[in-house]
Design a protein around this ligand. Structure first.
Ligand SMILES: Cc1cc2nc3c(=O)[nH]c(=O)nc-3n(C[C@H](O)[C@H](O)[C@H](O)COP(=O)(O)OP(=O)(O)OC[C@H]3O[C@@H](n4cnc5c(N)ncnc54)[C@H](O)[C@@H]3O)c2cc1C
Ligand code: FES
Length: 300
């Protein structure tokens, strides 16, 4: 069944549009089903559909968990910012795959990591998966973050928006850049893998209640008041309102900023057009043109 969240954006009077939209979704899901090994879409990178075996399901706190997934196939290069579309099996109300950022990749052990927050039925079912169960992914999807001009880069994440920033931090470090993380969480009980991020750069934290780090929202953190001119790029992912504030801060400080959007998606491959996003150049589609955008190109 089509999730109501996807129908919501369509004009309620237009049954034809809803029908066509639904038909497109069915067709794209069918196409994916009938091409189990390899699908090449209009974008330049090959997309794969692979079964992964769950190696572990590590619970971080009451909302977040990390799935470690092993594949029999060699995992292709995955760029920071790219995402996978997860098929949620045994979920009668979760017809559509769920988009999840790639949290990390271990190419030597051929393991892919996903950091997931439980928000609804699909993510709840994923949170209950056990070792040796199978998860089917379409990947790698979307574009990726770009290299900063200068040496230092500031990575600002809120809540589950930290997910794409671990692989980004790893990549920046490999490129001899210096990532600095600034994260916002609701409270100390919802902090996520700070020690892992710490391996790549210093982590500053803000919590709504001040239980860890500074009290308040991430964009009020004192770090942002004391930034010198050595930050070459700001990357951000998290709630829209946070990213908008980060984008404004970056613009005021004349720092280039890339934002990774977590818009509602259906097909994830450019077929259904439900992830439309207004930009200064017109409508873009987050699953294929994004999810990473130059913040100045977005209409906030
Ligand atoms: C490119 C991209 C990357 C993402 N990466 C991650 C990730 O790494 N980890 C992760 O946990 N989540 C990520 N998300 C969000 C994730 O896809 C949704 O949380 C998930 O699809 C919800 O599925 P569900 O069945 O549990 O919830 P549903 O039952 O579909 O929805 C439950 C509630 O969550 C809200 N919701 C659902 N999807 C979104 C969304 N995209 N944005 C805001 N609110 C939403 C609904 O309005 C509803 O209130 C990403 C989304 C995108 C587009
Ligand atoms: S999710 Fe279908 S076009 Fe983007």
């Amino acid at each position: 069944m089509l999730a109501s969240s996807q129908l919501f954006i369509l004009p309620s009077s237009s049954h034809f549009i809803i029908y066509s939209f639904y038909h497109l979704l069915i067709s794209s899901q069918q196409y994916i089903k009938e091409n189990p090994n390899l699908v090449t879409f209009v974008v330049e990178m090959k997309k794969f559909i692979h079964d992964f075996q769950i190696i572990s399901n590590r619970r971080i706190n009451k909302e977040y968990f990390v799935l470690s997934l092993a594949s029999e196939n060699q995992i292709p290069e995955i760029k920071p910012g790219q995402f996978v579309q997860v098929r949620v099996d045994n979920a009668p109300n979760t017809f559509l795959r769920r988009p999840i950022s790639v949290y990390d990749v271990d190419y030597e052990r051929n393991i892919l990591y996903l950091l997931i927050q439980i928000v609804g039925e699909g993510t709840m079912i994923l949170s209950r998966l056990k070792s040796r169960e199978i998860l089917n992914l379409v990947y790698p999807l979307g574009n990726s973050f770009s290299l900063p001009d200068g040496e230092k880069a500031l990575l600002i994440g809120g809540g589950v928006g930290v997910a794409p920033l671990l692989l980004l931090g790893r990549w920046l470090k490999e490129q001899n850049k210096e990532p600095v993380f600034l994260f916002g969480f609701r409270n100390s009980g919802l902090l996520v893998d700070i020690d892992l991020f710490n391996r790549f750069g210093k982590v500053y934290i803000a919590t709504d209640d001040g239980s860890t780090g500074e009290k308040g929202v991430v964009t009020q953190h004192s770090f942002l008041r004391n930034v010198s001119g050595d930050i070459g790029m700001v990357y951000t992912c998290g709630p829209e309102v946070m990213m908008k504030a980060v984008a404004l801060w970056a613009e005021n400080n004349e720092i280039h900023c890339e934002a990774s959007l977590e818009t509602y998606m259906a097909c994830g491959i450019g077929a259904c057009l439900c992830c439309a996003r207004e930009t200064v150049h017109g409508i873009s589609h987050v699953c294929t043109d994004g999810p990473v955008f130059n913040s100045k190109k977005l209409v906030w």
